[in-house]
Design a protein around this ligand. Structure first.
Ligand code: AMP
Length: 194
């Protein structure tokens, strides 16, 4: 079955990271979304890879919704040029809005905040709260350690193989795009399967 994806939430670093390929992939992500007429939903900042993705969408003529908590407007340098900016009163409200506005989730290189967002969106899917595609773009193996941790949880009997399959690891932006438009083989799991 094929899915229509009108918006993608991108989770990624508020820093650039060490390797140039991270920035290049963030730029390609923005360009790809704009070219496919897919709205970017993101954290609303101008810093790091987050800012690079948003700038790239804007440069290519695409639409961007930024969602930023009031207390981060200065620290994460609120982006002034996005098509729509939503200011929330908490991190929880930010995540809830990003979740409900997006048809799919793409994860690019990032730090602790990116890990948190990834695990939250995956566990919500595990609990049957949504069926939206989650694509971890493993640029140059940046997420190998996170993938190993997820696999270890299955081996140790703390997660099912079906739950693990709710997050797809892909090598590049094009694969993320392709996988976002194909319905998941594994639906949100019933509690009995967890
Ligand atoms: P980072 O990957 O640490 O650079 O963070 C990426 C984004 O995640 C930034 O916009 C952070 O504000 C956000 N973030 C940081 N910590 C959290 C958290 N506990 N929950 C949700 N988002 C977070």
């Amino acid at each position: 079955m094929s899915l229509t994806v009108r918006s993608v939430a991108v989770f990624c670093g508020s820093r650039m990271g060490e390797k140039p390929v991270y920035r290049q992939t963030a730029e390609l992500t923005g360009k790809t979304l704009a070219e496919k007429n897919i709205r970017l939903i993101y954290g609303g900042g101008a810093n790091g890879l987050m800012g690079v993705v948003a700038d790239s969408v804007i440069k290519s003529g695409g639409a961007v919704t930024g969602v930023i908590p009031e207390f981060l407007k200065t620290r994460e340098r609120m982006h002034e040029k996005v098509s729509q900016l939503i200011v929330t009163d908490s991190m929880h409200a930010r995540k809830q809005i990003m979740f409900s506005e997006a048809d799919a989730f793409w994860i690019l290189p990032g730090g602790f905040g990116t890990f948190d967002e990834t695990m939250e969106i995956l566990t919500w899917k595990q609990l049957g709260q949504h069926k939206k595609p989650i694509l971890l773009i493993n640029v140059d193996g940046w997420a190998d350690a996170m993938v190993a941790m997820l696999d270890a949880a299955v081996r140790q009997g703390f997660a099912s193989a079906e739950a693990r399959a709710l997050l797809q690891v892909v090598p590049d932006v094009q694969s993320a795009l392709t996988c976002s438009t194909v319905a998941d083989q594994v639906d949100g799991l019933p509690v009995s399967a967890l």
